[in-house]
Design a binder for this molecule. Structure first.
Ligand code: CAA
Length: 440
């Protein structure tokens, strides 16, 4: 059976940088460590006033198609995943296709276009849709373009403000992929939740603390569901485990939960038993509260063990290196985590062809998906093309006062005002007012 997966990837970051330790923390009267250590973030990528989900998505897709020598005739499907859409009818993929048609020969009249929505998990759902389309042999030899693009902005003063970010990830999904092959095995955890909503509003209404618990609950269900088809997982099965990363501190919690689950009934659990006490589920408890206390004590002890820390540093920490500098990109976030881990692997000469990744995606509202991927022979060349370091370096570091101005400018009501641009568009798609999206 044909192997299908991610053939190519490009990342486009918002062109402004908000430094959390040196700019945001002093303005908020908070200690920098709350952001750098607690949330695990150094900075967020912020969109300049001429950037939005269309320009960022089009710029990522343009770079990908140009590098791979593709024309519109090679693409049979364009799916955009976003939770920052500005049009309830016309999908963002049509706006992006319109941009790309300005710079490539031919058009996308033959391509099926759509927009996927389920908070941050819709990027992965779009990958799944493309995978199914190709596996069903409906692609006529063409590849799919999946673009995850978001401006993850919160109202000023909201606890989520520190986790903002903006950027796009474009992925080419095709047969015999160069980067990773997607596996047929998937697991889901899904429930009707109201922890994070945007009912016809620009900024989300968030119950931040609850959203963390919902993320963990759905992720655990998804892992159990995944194991029902894959068999039990073991921490050594996976060379990297990229998770949806609203902020790295969230992944710290998810990784611990996943590890605790994966080591049950293994020699690792046995070895750790002497050091930190048995898994509480083997003991007798008076009531549920006593059981939960024991689980908490066990988990706290587990996260300080050398065995766990070695695994975390090797398998999880590399996936957070880009997120730490860019914040939350919602739909693109888990795909940034995968790219971050593979980039670290390339820079450190890891030999990982044929090795497996376990990918944990999540969307509020709420759903988690766990699936496995296999690293393909062309992965090194593909990852070597990423320009993310250069893009991060080129960002304009804004003051807090400038941040407030650009944040206002991205509030829809003010989009048509004559707002200042902080950087100069350089041969890229830029927003020029409604209906005029041009290359400058
Ligand atoms: N030094 C070191 N650590 C410090 C510190 C200091 N001086 N001050 C605080 N901290 C630590 C805290 O102990 C805490 O760590 P733990 O969670 O490990 O205890 C961490 O820093 C954050 O501090 P607070 O909990 O006090 O932060 P907060 O309440 O202001 O904000 C939040 C946290 C509620 C999650 C907020 O960031 C938020 O609302 N974010 C948006 C929602 C979100 O991202 N939820 C994640 C799950 S939902 C999802 O994933 C979908 C999505 O993309 C939105």
């Amino acid at each position: 059976m044909t192997s299908v997966g991610i053939d190519a990837i490009e990342i486009h970051t918002g062109k402004l940088k908000l430094d959390l330790a040196n700019t945001f923390a002093p303005a908020k009267g908070e200690e920098p460590e709350k952001y750098t250590k607690g949330l695990g973030l150094a900075a967020s990528s912020f969109p300049d006033t001429y950037e939005d989900i269309v320009t960022m998505g089009a710029n990522a897709a343009h770079r990908l198609m140009k590098r791979r020598g593709l024309e519109p005739a090679d693409i049979g499907r364009i799916d955009v995943a976003t939770e920052s859409a500005f049009d309830n009818s016309k999908p963002v993929s049509t706006y992006i296709a319109g941009c790309l048609e300005q710079v490539f020969e031919g058009d996308f009249h033959h391509a099926n276009k759509g927009e996927r929505k389920f908070a941050c998990i819709s990027g992965t759902q779009s990958l799944d849709d493309a995978y199914n389309w190709i596996k069903a042999d409906r692609n006529r030899g063409r590849s799919a373009l999946v673009i995850a693009t978001d401006t993850a902005l919160y109202a000023r003063g909201d606890a989520g403000e520190a986790t903002q970010g903006a950027g796009a990830v474009a992925m080419l999904i095709g047969e015999d992929p160069d980067l990773v092959e997607l596996s047929t095995e998937q697991g889901y955890g899904s429930a009707d939740e109201t922890d994070f909503l945007k009912p016809n509003q620009q900024f989300p209404s968030v119950d931040g603390k609850r959203s963390v618990q919902v993320y963990l609950a759905r992720m655990r269900e998804a892992l159990e569901d995944f194991e029902s088809v894959s068999g039990d997982t073991h921490p050594d099965d996976f060379v990297l485990v990229p998770f949806h990363t609203p902020f790295p501190g969230m992944v710290r919690k998810a990784a611990l939960l996943g590890y605790r689950h994966m080591i049950r009934d293994t020699s690792i659990e046995e070895e750790l038993a002497a050091e930190i006490g048995r898994q509480p589920r083997y003991e007798a408890f008076e009531d549920e509260a006593a059981f939960l206390d024991a689980v908490r004590e066990y988990t706290d002890a587990l996260k300080g063990t050398e065995t766990y820390l070695e695994w975390y540093d090797r398998v999880i920490a590399p996936t957070l290196e880009i997120a730490r500098e860019v914040g939350n990109w919602y739909t693109g976030s888990v795909h940034v985590a995968r790219a971050s881990g593979l980039k670290h692997a390339l820079e450190n000469d890891w030999e990982i062809e044929g090795k497996k990744l376990l990918v944990g995606s999540y969307g509020s509202g709420a759903q988690a998906e766990i699936h496995a991927e296999t690293v393909q022979p062309g992965w090194e060349e593909e990852i070597a093309h990423l320009t993310v370091d250069e893009q991060l370096e080129a960002r304009r570091d804004i003051s807090f006062e400038e941040y407030e101005r650009v944040h206002d400018a991205h509030n829809h009501d003010k989009r048509l005002d004559d707002v200042e641009e902080f950087t100069v568009p350089d041969g890229e798609f830029a927003f020029d007012g409604w209906g005029r999206m041009g290359e400058r």
